[in-house]
Design a protein around this ligand. Structure first.
Ligand code: UDP
Ligand code: MG
Length: 148
């Protein structure tokens, strides 16, 4: 089973979309194995968004992601990385289709409400940046055989 890292970003928390966003992933059949509400430190934010260092929006992005709490989670399931990206919707508002989180809840190039890892390798690094091993919970889901 694949794991991915998802963040309800400060705009999602402020807009009280935490439950809505987690509900979508739960309903789909993904399994929560880590979950926490947190203020992201500048160090952690810089590690998380290191790939965007030097881009024009980088400074604002770090400021934004550290400005107010986020909800960090680890989700597990078949093709979890790709699946959560599809459910999040595209980065560009004009491409984020209705039915996706971004497509349903934002209409301009804002801060995107949610982050999801873009590859299994990125997921591994991002999970390590946000969670210690003992914060990840192993347990069987009794409906697993029915949900997939
Ligand atoms: N971002 C931005 N302006 C841009 C591109 C990205 O403010 O032109 C921010 C936005 O919050 C986005 C994040 O930087 O979610 C990471 O960008 P990326 O291209 O990785 O998009 P994502 O993976 O979040 O869809
Ligand atoms: Mg990205």
């Amino acid at each position: 089973m694949e794991r991915t890292f998802v963040l309800v970003k400060p705009d999602g928390v402020q807009r009280r979309l935490i439950g809505e966003i987690i509900r979508r992933f739960e309903n789909k059949g993904l399994k929560l194995v880590g979950l926490k509400l947190m203020n992201i430190s500048k160090d952690r934010a810089e590690r998380h968004y290191a790939i965007h260092k030097g881009r024009p929006f980088y400074g604002d992005l770090i400021q934004f992601i550290t400005s107010s709490p986020s909800v960090a989670m680890v989700l597990e399931g078949r093709d979890a990385v790709k699946l959560t990206r599809v459910m999040m919707g595209a980065t560009k508002p004009e491409d984020s289709t209705p039915g996706s989180i971004r497509g349903d809840f934002e209409i301009y190039t804002g801060q995107k409400l949610v982050h999801g890892s873009d590859s299994p390798e990125t997921a591994r690094q991002e999970i390590e940046n946000f969670f210690t091993a003992d914060e990840l919970v192993e347990y069987p889901l009794c409906l697993a055989d029915w949900i997939g």
